[in-house]
Design a protein around this ligand. Structure first.
Ligand code: NAD
Length: 256
C-alpha cells in the first residue's frame, strides 16, 4: 500500500531538530525519499540514521540556508541522488528571545531576518525552477502565528515570519501556472528545542510556560507531530487545490 507522499522526493531544511526533524520522519514514513539539511551536521545525520533504521530512504547534507552557492549544490545533489525534487520544506529558522525594540541591534535584526526570510527566499528561488521543469511541486514555508499577530520583544521574528507569509503568496501566484504550489504553515507554540530554550532562558521558566500556554485556547503547547501532519498534507496531493494559503495550526492562539 502506498503512503500519502509515496514516490515523492522531499528536501527539508532544519532537519536536525524540532519541526524539520519530525516532518522528515513523517514524510519518510509516508513514502517520500527525504534529503535533510541543517547547520547542525551531527544531529542531522542522527535523524537521518533513525529514518534509515526504520526502513525509510533519506540522506543528509550540511547547509547554511543563507549561503546561496550552497543552495545550488544542495538542490543539484538532491536531484542527482534521488532523481527529482517534488517537495521543499523550509523549516530552518531561529527564534528571538526578548529583544525590546528600544534595545534591539541592527546586527540582531539582520541575523533573524537573514535566516528566516532570506533563507526561505533562497530555497524557493533554487527549488522552484527544478519543480517547474518537472511540471509541478509543493513548497511549504514555515511562518508562524507571529507572522500574523505581533508579540512584544519579537519585532525581527514577527517581521521575518510576516515576510515569509507574503513571500509565499506572491510566488504562489507566479508559480501556479507551472504547477508549483506554495503554502505557509503557521504553528502556535510547539514543544521543540526553540521554544523550550526560550522558556529555560526566561527569569521564571514555569511562569513563562504558563503565560505561553494561556494564550492557546486549547490550554497546552502543540507537539511536533501536529505540525508535521499539516506539512505532510501540504506535501501530498490531498492538498492539490491549495496554493498561497496560510495553514494555521495553533490551538486557537489567533482565534481570539
Ligand atoms: N517551535 C515553535 O513553536 C514554532 C512556532 C512557529 C514557527 N516555528 C518555525 O518552525 C521552524 C522550525 O522551528 P523549530 O521549533 O523546529 O526550531 P529548532 O530550533 O528545533 O530547529 C531549527 C533548526 O534550524 C537549524 N538552523 C538554524 N539556522 C540555520 C541556518 N542558517 N542554516 C541551516 N539550518 C539552520 C537549526 O540548526 C535547527 O536544527 C522555524 O522556522 C521556526 O521559526 C516554530
Amino acid at each position: 500500500m502506498g503512503g500519502r507522499v509515496q514516490g515523492k522526493v522531499a528536501l527539508v531544511t532544519g532537519g536536525a531538530s524540532g519541526l524539520g526533524a519530525e516532518s522528515a520522519r513523517r514524510l519518510a514514513r509516508e513514502g517520500a525519499k527525504v534529503m535533510l539539511t541543517d547547520l547542525a551536521a551531527e544531529a542531522g545525520q542522527g535523524v537521518t540514521d533513525e529514518i534509515l533504521a526504520e526502513g525509510g530512504v533519506a540522506a543528509f547534507l550540511s547547509q547554511d540556508v543563507v549561503d546561496e552557492a550552497r543552495w545550488a549544490e544542495v538542490v543539484a545533489e538532491t536531484v542527482a541522488r534521488f532523481g527529482r525534487l517534488d517537495v521543499l520544506v523550509n523549516s530552518a529558522g531561529v527564534g528571538s528571545g526578548g529583544q525590546p525594540i528600544l534595545e534591539a541591534t541592527f546586527e540582531g535584526w539582520r541575523r533573524i531576518v537573514g535566516i528566516n526570510l532570506d533563507g526561505t527566499f533562497l530555497g524557493v528561488r533554487h527549488a522552484a525552477p527544478v519543480m517547474a521543469a518537472q511540471g509541478g511541486g509543493s513548497i511549504i514555508n514555515l511562518s508562524s502565528i507571529l507572522g500574523k499577530v505581533g508579540l512584544p520583544g519579537a519585532a525581527a521574528y514577527c517581521a521575518s515570519k510576516g515576510g515569509v507569509a507574503l513571500l509565499t503568496k506572491a510566488v504562489a501566484l507566479e508559480l501556479a501556472p507551472a504547477g508549483v504550489r506554495v503554502n505557509s504553515v503557521h504553528p502556535g507554540f510547539i514543544e521543540t528545542p526553540m521554544v523550550i530554550n526560550v522558556m529555560r532562558e526566561s527569569e521564571n521558566e514555569n511562569e513563562m510556560r504558563d503565560m505561553i500556554i494561556s494564550r492557546h485556547a486549547m490550554g497546552r503547547l502543540g507537539v511536533p507531530r501536529e505540525i508535521a501532519d499539516a506539512i505532510v498534507f501540504l506535501a501530498s496531493d490531498e492538498s492539490s487545490f491549495m496554493t498561497g494559503s496560510e495553514l494555521v495550526v495553533d490551538g486557537g492562539y489567533t482565534a481570539a
